[in-house]
Design a protein. Structure first.
Length: 258
């Protein structure tokens, strides 16, 4: 009986790419290896060897270069978005997609009837739609030290996808967009490129202390939101369809004052 090797990696593009490199390099046979992202729900498999994999810069570069050169830039973009998805088993789906892609090249993205390719497209679609939602639903508040701050809780890891939009439109502002679930953030200094960082030590409470101008604006905005509503025309079902409840906790319109 062949012992299956399960490569355990961190939940990131870097972690998944390193696990893919090690799984491929093991020459154990694609049917006998699997990529498992740490933190995902999983059932322990008997007679399997679990191998912890840490990110390795050289391996990451090699995998990225191979995808771009042997498949396509579009496939690389798809793989990154899939890695930022919240879907279970994404690491192994990406691995199976690359096995196919390295075999047939750029045509892999056109195999719309293939189960693995379908899963890749579904993950990409989910990430795209959530990114699009947050471009419209994100709300900033101005802290007492005049930094624009936004706290979000997306299902997918979308910070890198929304950062260019806000960096372009708020180029002259100092702002932070904080992913509370993943303890990561986009930090933008006025006039400089944005950076992505893990923010375990970020003082969210301090950044949430509002400037006097912000407190006044919030009160005015809440009053406006309440007064423009026409009681007879309220349609909560339509409102939930257009603005799901999970987006509302960080939106001033839905945070009524005491």
């Amino acid at each position: 009986m062949i012992t299956k090797k399960i490569f355990m990696c961190e939940d990131s593009v870097d972690g998944i790419f390193t696990a893919i490199y090690d799984a491929w390099d093991s020459r154990y046979g694609h049917d006998n290896v699997r990529i498992q992202v740490q933190g995902e729900e999983m059932e322990l498999e008997l007679f399997s060897e679990y191998i912890d994999v840490g990110p390795d810069e050289e391996k990451i570069r090699k995998v990225a270069r191979s995808i771009k050169e042997k498949i396509s830039e579009e496939a690389f973009d798809m793989v990154c978005k899939a890695a930022w998805s919240h879907e279970k088993n994404k690491g192994d789906v990406i691995y199976r997609f690359l096995i196919l892609g390295f075999h047939i090249g750029s045509k892999v993205i056109n195999l719309h009837s293939n189960d693995t390719v379908i899963k890749m497209f579904n993950m990409n679609r989910n990430v795209f739609y959530e990114t699009h939602h947050f471009l419209g639903f994100i709300r900033f508040t101005e802290s007492k030290n005049h930094i624009l701050f936004s706290k979000i809780n997306p299902k997918n890891d979308i910070l890198r996808l929304i950062a260019p939009h806000f960096s372009d439109r708020l180029n002259n502002e100092n702002f932070i967009i904080y992913d509370e679930k993943r303890k990561s953030a986009i930090v933008h200094r006025s006039g400089y490129p944005w950076i992505f960082t893990y923010a375990n030590e970020l003082d969210v409470d301090k950044l949430s202390n509002l400037s006097p101008e912000e407190e006044e604006f919030r009160a005015l905005w809440q009053t406006f939101f309440d007064t423009i509503g026409i009681e007879e025309r309220k349609n909560y079902r339509l409102q939930r369809n257009n603005l799901p409840k999970r987006f509302r906790s960080n939106m001033v319109e839905f945070n009524t004052q005491d």
